[in-house]
Each structure stands twice: as structure tokens, then as C-alpha cells.
Design a protein. Sequence first.
Lengths: 89, 198
Amino acid sequence: MANGAEQPLPHFDVATCADFARDLLGAKDRADVEGHLTTCPECAATARWLSAVRAFGVADQQYEPSAEALEHARGLFAIERPRAIVTSS
Amino acid sequence: MIPTAPGSSDALDEGAADAILVRACLDGNAEAWAAVMGKYKRLIYSIPIKFGAQPDDAAEIFQSVCADLVAELPKLRRHEALKPWLMRVTRHKTLHWKTQVRRESLWAQAADASDALAMADGAGAKLLEDVQREQALREAIASLPPRCREMVRLLFYEQPPLPYNEVARRLGLATGSIGFIRGRCLKKLRARLKTAGF
């Protein structure tokens, strides 16, 4: 380098990091981002939280109760409608 | 009178505070009960699933917890204690289910008891930590403005991931305008996750 100092690489924007987390990048772009993440803690942190949200979002689908179970739970309220306990002063 | 304006912080939706939802439930508001279900259904259901229950058993535990909640809601002294209450009761019912299932199987009863204890103490504690962390993420997403919330769900929950033109179509946006809105929504989500300790 001319001045001997290493120039910091420009950060990837959050949209690119989101695409990386969502596995939407082509092979070359993905390799570019992966290479950058090894040297840029800031972008690595961004990619990490977006990947965590992505992993959570996909996994969370398995914790959705069936429509029947939800319907039953909603119906409970109509039958057993709770009332605040009124205490006399 | 409880405000219910959509998108406001006091709206009776998944983003509302527990104290507001519980108070509204006790006032007989079915919308508030639906919001409690929306907010906590996955937290409740995830506990038996993580402990190894099949969907039918998990659904039974889910319904049983909801029935207890309706009955116990008036006695919930601190309304903000709803989440710990749900976790405690669901865990208890799950461990009870697990012990029963093991007893009915060919496993030795001594092994059953030690398994249940191990699940209650060691691995169980880790699972419940995961449950709490996942719920914090759900609540961070639920606290976003409605359109951002929907965008985050479309961007991150769909498998395979949706292309942007499809995300735009489902949100009723022009494809060209999605970049700006996505940037704002992700910024808001990041701020909420930081607040939630992520």
C-alpha cells in the first residue's frame, strides 16, 4: 500500500447482511461477505444477529399449536370468563 | 376504558403489556384473551415439545394450561407475573406428563424418577432458558409497528425465503420501495433486540 496503512474495508449494508442471513446471495457475493466477516467485527455482529433471527423464525413454526387447540383455548374464555376478585373495603 | 387503537402501544394485541391484557381479560374482554393466547401460545406449546412430547400430548398440556389460566387469572396478584406463572405451570404439567408416560412404559420406575429429576434440574433448566430467550425474541418482534412486524415475519420466518417481489406483493408495496422500509424495520428490530439483551 502506498502510505503503508491498511484502508478499512467499507461495511456491507444491513440489507446485504440480511440477504446473507436469508441465504439469498449468489456464490460469489456470499464468498465476498464471508471473507469480509472474518475481518470486520461490526459486520460480523450484524450478520450474527440477523442469522439468529432467521434461525429463530424458521424454528419457531414448530411451536405453533394446532388450530383446534387454539380454538379450544379461545372458547374457554367464553365459557369460564374470569372476573376480577372484588374485595370489600 | 382501555384504548384499542391498532398499532398504538396500548392496543390489545401481542405487543401489549401483560398488566393491560390481564386487566382487560378480567373486564371480560375476549379480544384481550385472544391477545394473551397470541402472545404466549408458542411459549406454552414449546415447553412440552422441547421436553419430547408429541403434538397431541403437547396440545393437551397447552389446553390444560389455558384452562388453569382462565381459572387462576383473578388470583394473579401481580399481573406482570403472567409469563413466569405460565412457564412454571407448563413446566409442572410437562414433568407430570413425562413421569406418567415413563411409568406406563416398560422403563424401570427408578430410572423414570431419576430421568424426571435430571430433566427438572439440569437439562430442564437449559431448556427453560432457551424458552425464555425465544419468548424475548417473539416479544421484541411483536413490539414492532404492525407493518414492520409483518415484514420481519415475511423476511425471516418463511422457508424457503421469499424473494423481495413476493414480500412486497404481500405487504401491498411497490417492489422499488421495499429497500427503504426494510432498512427502517431492521433498524427498529435491532434496537428492540438490544433493549431485550441480545
